[in-house]
Design a protein around this ligand. Structure first.
Ligand SMILES: Nc1nc2c(ncn2[C@@H]2O[C@H](COP(=O)(O)OP(=O)(O)OP(=O)(O)O)[C@@H](O)[C@H]2O)c(=O)[nH]1
Length: 329
């Protein structure tokens, strides 16, 4: 480290220490606090100290880097204002409640939060807050806050989460997500006495498509079908998932059978209109789907599995009655 850096760090430390000490008039153990601040200033973790009003008393160089400002510029400001909006009120409330009940020590976290950098960007951090003991600060409560940058983990977690939730080929929900979604919607719809519709969609004669045009084009066809179904869904609550091979499932919460039937018909028509010329196939190559629809309303089915079974039976009928057909259970 250069002498310049050492000098500037020493100056920062001195100014932070004197700012803190001058602001804490009743503290009997100023030396201890200076020692703590001196230690935090050379630590690799992001550390700041706030008072009971949530005002920054000291910010070490690593924490200042997290906020993308200088340590000095934060002193005197409310630390909660450096959090992303959605977390601010929780922490304001935490400090307010603590002030009304001094007896319980405020020790919190570690908890994942997002802080706001000076440039407007957000940073994912894990934050813990600990009340400094009375042996260090006699009359003015101070809190030592430690942050760890977890942005790389959050990014990796999101990637893995998508791998776990989505079907690799089509990018729509996979079977596991479908099952979780049905269970969640089943409970909500039963409790709120609302309908829940479920459609199973199976491409007709898909083996022939693969045999005639190859599996690579077969894969592209599955992607087109997934996109087409997705485009027909009415709201964000609805879900299309890959149920298996060339079979798809649609969950329509709060959808009565008439509405679900309309959506299924739209899917049927749009799939008939898919063209494969971009895959180098002749314009007359077309595919169709068979669909089975079932709707839970007024405790018609006892379980979500029974609802799925009903849609499956209806799909089986659609296949046996000639395909390119929608059957309702
Ligand atoms: N390209 C491709 N083909 C798949 C995939 N998953 C399943 N398949 C194919 O889907 C075909 C399904 O064939 P079948 O179960 O006989 O059904 P079908 O030919 O569509 O006939 P029906 O359903 O009775 O109308 C098989 O040829 C599978 O190899 C996949 O991910 N990619």
């Amino acid at each position: 480290m250069s002498n310049n850096n050492e000098n500037s760090r020493a100056n920062n430390t001195d100014s932070a220490v004197s700012a803190l000490i001058s602001s804490i008039s009743n503290t009997v153990n100023n030396e201890k606090i200076s020692a703590i601040i001196n230690v935090t200033n050379v630590m690799a973790d992001a550390i700041f100290i706030v008072n009971a009003d949530g005002v920054f008393e000291s910010v070490n160089p690593v924490a200042a880097r997290f906020f993308n400002v200088t340590s000095d510029s934060l002193i005197g400001k409310k630390w909660q204002d450096c959090l992303q909006e959605q977390y601010r009120d929780d922490y304001k409330y935490m400090f307010e409640s603590w002030k009304n009940n001094y007896q319980t020590p405020l020790n919190h976290g570690p908890k994942e939060v997002k802080i706001r950098k000076n440039n407007g960007n957000c940073l994912d951090v894990e934050l813990s807050i600990s009340c400094l003991p009375e042996s260090v600060v006699a009359s003015t409560p101070l809190f030592i806050c430690i942050m760890h940058d977890i942005s790389k983990h959050v990014k990796k977690y999101k990637v893995l989460e998508n791998v776990a939730k989505l079907d690799h080929l089509t990018g729509i929900a996979n079977r596991c997500t479908l099952e979780k979604t049905i269970i969640k919607n089943w409970q909500e719809c039963i409790v709120n006495k609302q309908p829940l519709s479920f459609i199973l969609i199976d491409i007709d004669y898909f083996k022939l498509f693969n045999d005639n045009f190859g599996h690579v084009k077969g894969d592209k066809c599955l992607q087109k079908v997934a996109r087409t179904i997705e485009e027909c869904l009415p709201s964000k609550d609805s879900l299309v998932a890959r149920y298996g091979g060339e079979e798809f499932a649609v969950v329509l919460p709060r959808s009565h059978i008439s509405n679900a039937q309309m959506i299924a018909k739209r899917i049927q028509e749009k799939i008939l209109n898919i063209n494969f010329r971009d895959l180098g196939l002749p314009a007359n190559v077309k595919i169709s789907v068979s669909q089975g629809l079932a709707c839970e309303y007024n405790n018609q089915y006892r379980t979500s599995e029974a609802l799925i079974c009903a849609a499956d039976t209806a799909l089986y009928r659609a296949k046996s009655e000639g395909r390119n057909k929608l059957c309702i259970r």
